[in-house]
Write a protein that binds this ligand. Structure first.
Ligand code: ADP
Ligand code: MG
Ligand code: MG
Length: 871
C-alpha cells in the first residue's frame, strides 16, 4: 500500500498544502528555491488522520519512515540524533493547511538530554547557551507533551531570578541554567511521576504524537469553528534541524512582513530580538526591536533579508509574513506565508500589486473578502473630543479602530460581561491562544507586553478588532483585576476608550465616528464593476443616503421608499389630515400640500442622480402607522381640523386592523383611495419634467413601483389610472418624458402568476422581506421571538430574513423569473429586500437570473465585489 506519510522538504512544493500543511508546503517551496532553510522533512496530514483514526497508536511503518528520514538528515548535517559529541537537534513544528497562529504547539531543541547537553557545551564552548537550550526543551516538552502548566516553570524561573537579584533572563549564567534544569526535571517527576525521557527517539515520537493530538485540543477546535475550517483536515508535523538565535549577540530571531500589515504601506515591517530563540518574539516575553535596527547592527544580514523577502513576495505574488533566525550572522528562513492583514492593508496591498504589475485587476478583486469592506470603514474618535480626553497610557498601534467599553482582565470575565450585554475591553499582560474566547467578544484588546507581531496584535488584526499592544507603562495585575499607569489605578468594569490607530488608551467614554477609506474602496469597487455581470443599486431616499450610495458605487436607486418622506413634523401633520378626511374636498387640500413636499424631494433626488436610474415605490405601509399616538398629538390634530378629540379617537379606532401587515396597505390603499397614488405619480412626473428641462441632455426615466400587487387585475386597474394621470400632465405641460410603471414581487400569488402581471408591468423588483414573511408565514416583526429556538433545535439553519431561503422562497423566485423572462426577456427584474446586501444570498440571486440587486448604501461595495467574484 502506498501511503504518503513522510516527505522530505526537498520533495514537496507549495501546491501541497493539503498534505504538508501550510508551513510544510512553504518550507518545501523555499527549499526548492534554494533559500537558506534548515534541512528537514514533513510528516503528512494523512499520517495525522491515520493516527487519530487508529485510536492514537503510532504505527510501526510511520516510526520506521521517520527513522529513515532522520538518518538521511544525519547524513546531510553530519550530526547524529543523540550523539554525545555532536548531537543533531531538531524542532518539531505543527502546521495545518490554514495558518492557525499559536493554535498548535512547537517544540525546540529536541534531542537534548543529560548527555548531549554536554556534547553541545563542548562543541560550542558555551555552557550557558547549551543549558538555556535544554531548559527551553524541558519547558516546551513539559507543556506540549506532558500537559504541565507553563506557569510551573515560569514561577521557578522568576523565583530563581529574584533570589539572585536578576532583572532579566540575560543575566542568567551557565550555572544558573544548570540549576534550573535540575529544578525543571523535578517538576516532571512531581507532576507526571516519570522522569523526562532521555532517549531522543522517544522524545521525538512523543512530540509527534502530541502534535497530532493537539489537532483536537479545545482552542484549536474553537479557532476552527470561528474561521470555518474543517475538522477533517488534520495537521502535518515538520521536523527541522535547529539553528540557534540564542547563540550570543551575533544571533537573533525575528518576524517580518514584506509590507505593513496594519496600513499596507510599502517596505519591510517587523521585529527581532538578539540572543533569543523561537517564540520569544511572538510571545511578548521581551519587547523586541524594530527590524530597521538590524540594518545598523548587521548590515549584510539585513541586506540579504531584504533581497530574500523581495524574492519571496514576487514568487508568491502576495505580501509575506516571514520568520527568520540569525545564527552567528548567518541568516535562515524558518517560515513564510501570505501575511494576515487589516482590511486597509489588504486593499492597499492589492492596489500596489496591480500597479507593480504583479497581479491583474481581476486577481486583486478575488483577494478582497467582502466583509473587509466593513472593516475598511473603521471607526475613529471625533478629533475635537480627543483634545480634552485624559490619556491613561500609550502603546503600539497594533490594530486600527476606535472602541470604548468596560475593562476586564481575564477572557472568562470578558465573556461573562459580554453575555450580559456589556461592551468589553480586554486588558492583559499578554494574550495567548487560551484567551481566544474572550478576545472575540471584546471591542478592543490591550496588552502591557509584546510587540506588533505578538499574539494579541496578530489575532486582533485578523478579526478587525482594535488593539493596542505593549503598553509597558501599564502594570496589569490580573489577580487583583486592576491596571495601574501614571499613578492611576483602574478596576474591573471601569470605562476606557482605545484608539488602535494611534496606540492610545483614554479614560472614559469618547464618542467615535465610522472611519472612511473611500479612496481605496473606490479603486477596488471600480475594478470590480468592470467584472460585475449584474447591477448594484441602493435603497435610499434621503439626500445624505443617496450621496453615500453614489460615492460607494451604486449605479442608481433601486428602492426609494416614499413613506419615509412623510415623517417630518410638518409632513406627518398633513398626512394625518389626509387620513382623517371624510370627503373628497377635505382630502384634496392636504394631498396638494403633500404633493409639494414630495415634489421638492423628487427634484433633489433627480438632481443628485443626474440621469442615473431611480425606482420610486408608492406609499406602502398601513395608514395607522401615521396616526397620532399621544394625547397631545391628538389634541393638536383635533384643534387644527376643527374636530373633537373624541372624533379623532373614533377615526383612529376605525383604522385599527387586526393584522395590519396583511391588511389595508400597499396598492390596496390606492384601490380604495386612488387619489393618494395619483398625487404621488403627479409629483414624480412633474418634478422629473422640471429637472430634465433644467439640465441639458439630461434623460430621466422615472420608474414608478407599486407595492403589494397580487394579481393582474389589480395591476391593470391601477396602472390605467396612473397612465391617465401622467398623460394629463403631459398635455397640460405640453412636454413628455419616458417613464415606467412596475411592481414589487412580494406576494406569493404574484410570483405564481408573474407572466400575467408582466403583460401590464414594465419591470419587477422582488421584495424579499415580505415575500419571506408571506411564504413562511413568519411575521417579520415577531419572528425574533422564536427563530432563535428554531436554530437551536436545528429546525432552521439560518434566519431566512438574513439569508435567502433558497429552497422555499428561492423556488418561488425562480418560478417568477422564468415566467417573466419567458414572456419577455427584456423586462428587468431586481431585488430590493434585506438579502440584497447579503453576499451569500447575492450569489444565489445572481444564479436565478435577476438583473440587479438593491441594498442599503453601506452594503453596496461588498455587493459589487461579491458579484464580481462570482464567475
Ligand atoms: P508557529 O506556527 O506558532 O509560528 P513555528 O513552528 O513557526 O510555530 O515555531 C515558532 C518559532 O520557533 C519559529 O518562528 C522559530 O523562531 C522557532 N523555530 C522553529 N523551528 C526552528 C528551527 N529549526 N530552528 C530555530 N528556530 C526554530
Ligand atoms: Mg511560525
Ligand atoms: Mg414589502
Amino acid at each position: 500500500m502506498l501511503v504518503n506519510y513522510v516527505i522530505d522538504f526537498s520533495e514537496g512544493s507549495k501546491e501541497q498544502s493539503d498534505l504538508l500543511g501550510g508551513k510544510g508546503s512553504n518550507l518545501a517551496e523555499m527549499t526548492k528555491l534554494k533559500l537558506p532553510v534548515p534541512t528537514g522533512f514533513t510528516i503528512t496530514t494523512e499520517a495525522c488522520l491515520d493516527y487519530l483514526k487508529q485510536k492514537e497508536q503510532m504505527s510501526d511503518e510511520l516510526n520506521l519512515e521517520i527513522r529513515q528520514h532522520i538518518e538521511s538528515m544525519e547524513k546531510r548535517t553530519k550530526k547524529r540524533l543523540g550523539d554525545a559529541v555532536d548531537p543533531l537537534l531538531v524542532s518539531v513544528r505543527s502546521g495545518s493547511k490554514f495558518s492557525m497562529p499559536g493554535m498548535m504547539d512547537t517544540i525546540l531543541n529536541l534531542g537534548l538530554n543529560d548527555e548531549t547537553v554536554l556534547g553541545l557545551t563542548q562543541k560550542t564552548g558555551d555552557a550557558r547557551f547549551a543549558y538555556d537550550c535544554y531548559r527551553r526543551l524541558l519547558q516546551m516538552f513539559g507543556d506540549v507533551v506532558c500537559g504541565i502548566d507553563k506557569n510551573r516553570f515560569e514561577e521557578q524561573l522568576d523565583f530563581y531570578k529574584s533570589k539572585k537579584g536578576y532583572q532579566s533572563d540575560i543575566e542568567m549564567q551557565a550555572e544558573d541554567w544548570q540549576e534550573l534544569v535540575a529544578v525543571y526535571k523535578n517538576i516532571f517527576l512531581e507532576v507526571t511521576h516519570q522522569a523526562f525521557p532521555q532517549d531522543p527517539y522517544e522524545q521525538l515520537q512523543l512530540a509527534v504524537e502530541a502534535v497530532f493530538r493537539s489537532w483536537n485540543n479545545r482552542r484549536a477546535i474553537t479557532y476552527r469553528r470561528l474561521h470555518d475550517i474543517s475538522d477533517s483536515l488534520g495537521t502535518a508535523v515538520n521536523i527541522q534541524e535547529m539553528v540557534f538565535g540564542n547563540f550570543g549577540l551575533d544571533s537573533g530571531t525575528g518576524v517580518a512582513f514584506t509590507r505593513n500589515p496594519a496600513t499596507g504601506e510599502k517596505g519591510i515591517f517587523g521585529e527581532f530580538l538578539l540572543n533569543a530563540q523561537g517564540e520569544d518574539v511572538v510571545a511578548g516575553i521581551r519587547t523586541p526591536q524594530p527590524i530597521s535596527k538590524l540594518e545598523s547592527l548587521m548590515p549584510e544580514v539585513y541586506q540579504e533579508f531584504l533581497t530574500l523577502s523581495h524574492l519571496l513576495e514576487r514568487h508568491y505574488k502576495d505580501m509575506q509574513d516571514i520568520e527568520f533566525t540569525i545564527e552567528n550572522r548567518q541568516l535562515y528562513l524558518l517560515q513564510t506565508r501570505n501575511g494576515k492583514r487589516t482590511a486597509k492593508s489588504a486593499f492597499k496591498v492589492c492596489i500596489q500589486l496591480v500597479e507593480e504589475g504583479i497581479i491583474s485587476k481581476a486577481e486583486a478583486i478575488q483577494r478582497i473578502n467582502p466583509t473587509m469592506v466593513t472593516q475598511l470603514l473603521h471607526p475613529v474618535f471625533e478629533l475635537d473630543q480627543l483634545k480634552n480626553a485624559e490619556v491613561f497610557a500609550t502603546g503600539l498601534p497594533a490594530s486600527p479602530g476606535a472602541a470604548s467599553g468596560n475593562i476586564y482582565f481575564t477572557a472568562e470575565r470578558a465573556k461573562q460581561a459580554s453575555e450580559q450585554g456589556e461592551k468589553v475591553i480586554l486588558i492583559r499582560q499578554e494574550t495567548s491562544p487560551e484567551d481566544i474566547e474572550g478576545m472575540v467578544v471584546s471591542e478592543a484588546i490591550v496588552t502591557s507586553r509584546g510587540g506588533m507581531t505578538s499574539h494579541a496584535a496578530v489575532v486582533a488584526r485578523g478579526m478587525g478588532v482594535c488593539c493596542v499592544a505593549g503598553c509597558e507603562e501599564i502594570y496589569v495585575d490580573e489577580f487583583l483585576e486592576q491596571a495601574t499607569a501614571g499613578g492611576i489605578t483602574l478596576h474591573q468594569g471601569d470605562v476606557v476608550s482605545v484608539d488602535g490607530t494611534t496606540g492610545t488608551i483614554y479614560r472614559g467614554d469618547i464618542p467615535y465616528v465610522e472611519g472612511d477609506e473611500w479612496q481605496l474602496l473606490e479603486t477596488i469597487t471600480n475594478w470590480a464593476k468592470e467584472e460585475a455581470t449584474i447591477g448594484v443599486k441602493a435603497n435610499a431616499e434621503t439626500p445624505a443616503d443617496i450621496k453615500t450610495a453614489l460615492k460607494l458605487g451604486a449605479e442608481g436607486i433601486g428602492l426609494a421608499r416614499t413613506e419615509h418622506m412623510f415623517f417630518g413634523e410638518e409632513r406627518i401633520f398633513e398626512m394625518r389630515k389626509m387620513i382623517l378626511a371624510e370627503s373628497e374636498d377635505a382630502l384634496m387640500a392636504p394631498l396638494n400640500q403633500l404633493k409639494e413636499f414630495q415634489k421638492e424631494d423628487f427634484r433633489t433626488m433627480f438632481t443628485l442622480l443626474n440621469g442615473k436610474a431611480c425606482t420610486i415605490r408608492l406609499l406602502d405601509p398601513p395608514l395607522h402607522e401615521f396616526l397620532p399616538q399621544t394625547e397631545a398629538e391628538i389634541t393638536h390634530l383635533a384643534d387644527a381640523t376643527q374636530r373633537t378629540v373624541g372624533e379623532i379617537k373614533h377615526r383612529i379606532e376605525e383604522l385599527h386592523e387586526q393584522n395590519p401587515m396583511l391588511g389595508h396597505r400597499g396598492c390596496r390603499l390606492a384601490v380604495t383611495t386612488p387619489q393618494i397614488y395619483e398625487m404621488q405619480v403627479a409629483a414624480i412626473i412633474e418634478s422629473a419634467l422640471e429637472v430634465a428641462q433644467k439640465g441639458k441632455d439630461l434623460t430621466i426615466i422615472p420608474e414608478i413601483m407599486i407595492p403589494l400587487i397580487g394579481s393582474q387585475e389589480e395591476m391593470r386597474w391601477l396602472r390605467e389610472r396612473l397612465d391617465q394621470t401622467i398623460q394629463t400632465i403631459f398635455s397640460e405641460k405640453n412636454q413628455v418624458i419616458s417613464y415606467k410603471i412596475g411592481t414589487m414581487l412580494e406576494i406569493p400569488r404574484a410570483c405564481l402568476t408573474a407572466e400575467k402581471i408582466a403583460e401590464v408591468a414594465d419591470f419587477f423588483s422582488f421584495g424579499t422581506n415580505d415575500l419571506t414573511q408571506l411564504t413562511y408565514g413568519f411575521s417579520r416583526d415577531d419572528s425574533g421571538k422564536f427563530i432563535g429556538a428554531y436554530q437551536q433545535k436545528q429546525l432552521l439553519k439560518e434566519d431566512p430574513f438574513q439569508h435567502i431561503d433558497e429552497e422555499g422562497v428561492g423556488a418561488l423566485m425562480r418560478i417568477a423569473v422564468d415566467k417573466i423572462k419567458h414572456f419577455d426577456p427584456s423586462i428587468k427584474i431586481g431585488v430590493c429586500g434585506e438579502v440584497g446586501g447579503d453576499p451569500q444570498s447575492i450569489r444565489f440571486l445572481k444564479k436565478i437570473g435577476v438583473d440587479y440587486i438593491s441594498c442599503s448604501p453601506y452594503r453596496v461595495p461588498a455587493a459589487i465585489l461579491t458579484i464580481a467574484q462570482e464567475k
